[in-house]
Design a protein around this ligand. Sequence first.
Ligand SMILES: NC(=O)c1ccc[n+]([C@@H]2O[C@H](COP(=O)([O-])OP(=O)(O)OC[C@H]3O[C@@H](n4cnc5c(N)ncnc54)[C@H](OP(=O)(O)O)[C@@H]3O)[C@@H](O)[C@H]2O)c1
Length: 232
Amino acid sequence: MNRSDNEVAVITGGSAGLGLALATSLIDKGWSVVTDARDADRLHAALPGSARVTTLSGDVRDLDHQDAIAAAVARHGRLDLLVHNASELGPMLPLAEVPESLFSRVLETNLLAPLTLTQRLLPYLIASRGTLIGISSDAAVEHYPTWGTYAASKAALDHLILTLGEENGIRAYAVDPGDMRTAMHQDAFPGEDISDRPLPESVVPHLLALLAGDEPTGRYRATDLAPTGATR
Ligand SMILES: NC(=O)c1ccc[n+]([C@@H]2O[C@H](COP(=O)([O-])OP(=O)(O)OC[C@H]3O[C@@H](n4cnc5c(N)ncnc54)[C@H](OP(=O)(O)O)[C@@H]3O)[C@@H](O)[C@H]2O)c1
């Protein structure tokens, strides 16, 4: 079934990669999208603003910036989908060598910001019986050497998202998108040819399937979800 034209999504990190692919798809389907990124020029070039597209440049860790996102949602008066996608890879170092400042910074971006932004937006999400998604990683459940900082943040993000779902009676999903050909993936594998990795656009139909379906709150791998182009 088609969703109405006035549904509203917040997607963090919408200027590139998976965030941009998902934002573009939802906009094409008639959704209004509020999104952000730190590099204002890249953000506004990727998604020109319109009545249905709000692009807010800023760091998702910044509470004033989060207030601006909440104000944009308030102008719409509803929120049907919140996707915590913006993320930092952090230092690719054995945990024994990770500087505390870099560990803290990754947790601020990947864990604390999703909490404080969700706190600001929860009333809208609950009122719309909306969906909360945290973009996770296989690193959240595996134990790859040198990935520990990012992995710990994603494991904790999974817990945060799923607990928020249970506490608030909203559908909440931690989604492992799988490897994608993006800047973050290239940063994780410097100098490696990543042209065999799928484009982030290929993950979007799996996310749309989750949005359209009735799966219970939980952790999912995108590739385990039958893809669809439809939204409910
Ligand atoms: N790529 C993979 O293989 C892979 C695998 C598993 C999971 N993931 C997850 O998938 C999600 C998307 O990753 P991706 O590969 O698409 O990343 P990407 O291509 O590097 O894009 C990241 C986006 O987030 C924005 N961003 C980063 N830090 C931000 C911050 N502090 N505040 C606001 N915006 C910020 C970036 O813009 P600015 O830099 O301008 O801020 C950009 O728009 C992430 O959660 C990642 O952990 C990726």
